[in-house]
Each structure stands twice: as structure tokens, then as C-alpha cells.
Design a protein around this ligand. Structure first.
Ligand SMILES: Cc1cc2nc3c(=O)[nH]c(=O)nc-3n(C[C@H](O)[C@H](O)[C@H](O)COP(=O)(O)O)c2cc1C
Length: 209
């Protein structure tokens, strides 16, 4: 299985999202041969969208100048890595209830017209990542599970669903570890144990499908 693994936490050895992603890949790797393409978005952070990028991306391919093609080259390469993979594993912390900025910059580079989504003759959009199994591992300091006081603050999950749904990821898996910071040690340990149990089950599921 060719798998693209993307980390987005600025923390390293202390990062829970990085640890959970490694845990999942170890479990999956026990059952399957993995060919892992690794991207650390805190090292290779895509630049913010520039004016040149915003114009080039919506200019049709035949009308693009060489300068426009150069502007889009990094984004093209990121899209290629997604399209070439059989599976995608994205790990990130929740920041201010949403996507950490390095991962948001990545999204702005990989939701690309005529690359990761195309337009049908009838005008409907067709996402090109329908083939890829996709897992989001998110870590949160607070507990935002359904039924908690912070439930409505979770704009991370719907934002990821929308952006990736648009490029064809219809049924992503989510493993959300919470609460990992604003809680006592027992609650944090229980949150990590729940996440690991979900990842164990998912690794088995991906092996069988
Ligand atoms: C800048 C910043 C913003 C954060 N915002 C939130 C938040 O809105 N909600 C939340 O539950 N936790 C928030 N946290 C806590 C992290 O999501 C939490 O500690 C997470 O487990 C970190 O994952 P990591 O260890 O992989 O970096 C924030 C942390 C930082 C540093």
C-alpha cells in the first residue's frame, strides 16, 4: 500500500498527534507492506497563497505563461503525491477550534481545479481522490465530543470534511483524541487509550478491505 503520511504539529517528541500517527502506521505495517511517503508540514510548510498563485490557479492550462507554471509547480507536486497514494494519513492538533495554519496552507495548495477536482460537462464537480482511504487523526486539549459544552466549537471536523469531500474523499475516518491538555492526567490517559483502540480497529479494517 502506497501511503502518504502528513504531520502538522509543531511539537516533536512531545506531540500526541505525531505519536498516534506513528502508532497507526506501526499497527498497519504489521499486516501490510507499506510504501510511505512522508511530509512534515512544519518543516516543508507551503507558502501562503500569493496574488500570482490566485491568478495562475484559475487560468486555463493552455493560457498559462511559464511564470504561472513555475508558480504552481510546488502545488502540482503536492497534488501528485496525493493522487499517487492509495491511502492518506493526516495528523494534526486542533488550533483555536480549527485547522492549524500549516495544514490550512497545504489545503490551499491541494484543492486544485483540473487537478484534484474536475468539472463535468453538466457543470458538476468531480473530486479526484475517491480511491484513497483517508484518515484524520486530530488531537485536542479540551473535550469537544458530542454532548459536551464545547461540542459546537468543533469547526475542525466540518472544515476537513468539506475541503476533502470536495476533492473526492467521501468517507474519511476520524480518530479524535480528547481531552489531552485541559483535563486531569487520568482523563488524558483515557483519551489516548480510546484513540489507540480506535486506531487498532481501523488498522485491521484497512487490512481486510
Ligand atoms: C496555539 C494553540 C491553540 C490551541 N487551540 C485549541 C483549541 O481551540 N481547542 C482545543 O481543544 N485545544 C487547543 N489547543 C491544544 C492542542 O490542540 C492540544 O494540546 C493537542 O493535544 C496538541 O497536539 P500535539 O501534541 O500533536 O501538538 C491549542 C494549542 C495551541 C498551542
Amino acid at each position: 500500500m502506497k501511503l502518504l503520511h502528513v504531520d502538522a504539529s509543531p511539537k516533536r517528541a512531545r506531540s500526541s498527534s505525531r505519536a498516534l500517527a506513528r502508532y497507526f502506521l506501526d499497527r498497519l505495517g504489521a499486516h501490510l507492506t507499506l510504501d510511505i511517503d512522508y511530509l512534515d508540514l512544519t518543516v516543508d510548510t507551503p507558502p501562503h497563497v500569493t496574488e500570482a498563485f490566485a491568478i495562475a490557479t484559475y487560468t486555463s492550462e493552455e493560457d498559462r505563461t511559464q511564470a504561472m507554471r513555475d508558480t504552481l509547480a510546488h502545488s502540482d507536486a503536492l497534488c501528485r503525491r496525493l493522487l499517487d497514494a492509495d491511502a492518506l494519513v493526516f495528523a494534526m492538533p486542533m488550533y483555536n477550534f480549527s485547522i492549524p495554519s500549516a495544514f490550512k496552507a497545504f489545503i490551499d495548495h491541494i484543492v486544485r481545479t483540473n487537478v484534484t477536482y474536475k468539472t463535468d460537462a453538466d457543470g458538476s464537480y468531480v473530486g479526484q481522490l475517491a480511491r484513497q482511504k483517508t484518515l484524520f487523526i486530530t488531537t485536542r486539549g479540551a473535550d469537544l465530543r458530542p454532548g459536551t459544552a464545547f461540542e459546537a466549537y468543533d469547526v475542525l471536523t466540518p472544515a476537513l470534511r468539506a475541503a476533502f469531500g470536495f476533492i473526492g474523499v467521501a468517507k474519511p475516518w476520524f480518530v479524535d483524541a480528547q481531552p489531552l491538555q485541559f483535563a486531569d492526567q487520568d482523563a488524558r490517559n483515557a483519551a489516548m487509550a480510546r484513540a489507540r483502540a480506535e486506531l487498532d480497529a481501523l488498522a485491521l479494517q484497512w487490512t481486510k478491505e
